[in-house]
Design a protein around this ligand. Structure first.
Ligand code: NAP
Length: 296
């Protein structure tokens, strides 16, 4: 398939590009800048800005067989709605896929519930406040003949990047590993290469109107993750808790709340129904002996 990919230069988008190409697809990257990016396995590069929906008019040409949306939200629900409109309209009646990237933070704190699934109602934390509405806007395109699909990744790790890299960096700078909020906080996680496999699978065969959790491990204790981040940073010590209010001074209140969010989220549906097989090391092993050590 010829796949239009927004966010193609990003952490997840870089991996998705590689996995799409390895599966025999062509990637048309939609980038904000026009400068060529040597070394990317893109078939073509288009300029467009998801903060400016008008710049996307004409991006989905008749030869585009799928769209994957991997850019961040703009912060303005009306703009994001217009972006979905611009990307989906040319796909109407074609049955071609539009895969939108959301995230597990739309579920909010999962509380006592274990391994929350895709049917659980959303309860977003503030940093992703209006994202469920964008999910619904995307899924509504299923009624217009678009194979509309939503993927909600957990906390993405691997290739030395993502939020775990922030913990490694902080541990190095502070001389000790830290985590945020309560000691029992758990994060659903996914390796970036496993997640990229899920995007390939979703674009190839997820049905219209479906939502999938991209989660490899449903609830990793963040204390274990922080301890492993300390190892990666060369500061093997017991991690200490940083109160959310204090974390807010470093990360801003919205991101601090997200880092302190306790979740247990299931990625079983994608395994069962789509045959997705996450196979990379878990986040603790990856931090202790994988890509993050090299980053240090
Ligand atoms: N990382 C995670 O743990 C995680 C978890 C759940 C969900 N997600 C979601 O996954 C998506 C991608 O995350 P990521 O971690 O890969 O982010 P990232 O590394 O920051 O990459 C963002 C990508 O979006 C592009 N972009 C930013 N603003 C844009 C705009 N106005 N117009 C067009 N392109 C724009 C960037 O391009 P430039 O090269 O121009 O900057 C870059 O390619 C986001 O929606 C994020 O919320 C991420």
């Amino acid at each position: 398939m010829k796949v239009l990919l927004t966010g193609a230069t990003g952490y997840i988008g870089s991996a998705v590009t590689e996995h799409l190409v390895a599966a025999g697809h062509q990637v048309v990257a939609l980038t904000r800048g026009a400068e060529p990016q040597p070394g990317r396995a893109w078939h073509a590069q288009l300029v467009g800005d998801t903060a400016d929906p008008a710049s996307l008019a004409g991006a989905v040409t008749p030869d585009i067989e799928a769209v994957i949306y991997l850019a961040p939200p703009s912060g303005d629900a009306d703009v994001d709605t217009a972006v979905i409109e611009a990307l989906a309209t040319p796909l109407r009646g074609t049955g071609r896929p539009l895969v939108y990237t959301s995230g597990v933070w739309v579920l909010g704190a999962t509380g006592e519930a274990q391994e929350v699934g895709e049917q659980t109602p959303t309860n977003p934390i503030d940093i992703v406040g209006y994202r469920p509405r964008i999910e619904q806007r995307v899924l509504a395109e299923a009624g217009e003949g678009v194979r509309a699909v939503v993927v909600r990744p957990g906390i993405v790790y691997g290739r030395g990047g993502g939020i775990p890299a922030i913990l490694v960096d902080r541990a190095r700078k502070q001389g000790a590993p830290e985590y945020y909020g309560e000691k029992d906080v758990r994060w659903p996680t996914v390796h970036v290469d496993d997640l990229a496999d899920l995007f390939v699978t979703a674009v190839e065969r997820a049905e219209a109107g479906t939502v999938w959790h991209g989660v490899g491990e449903s609830a990793v204790p963040v204390r274990d993750l922080a301890r492993a981040a300390g190892h990666a940073a060369g500061v093997p010590a017991d991690p200490h808790a940083v109160p959310v209010e204090q974390a807010a001074e470093v990360f801003g209140p919205l991101f601090a709340d997200a880092l302190a969010l306790d979740q247990s989220v299931s990625g079983a549906a994608a395994r069962t129904a789509l045959g997705w097989q996450p196979s990379r090391p878990g986040v603790v092993a990856e931090l202790e002996s994988g890509s993050y050590r090299q980053a240090g």
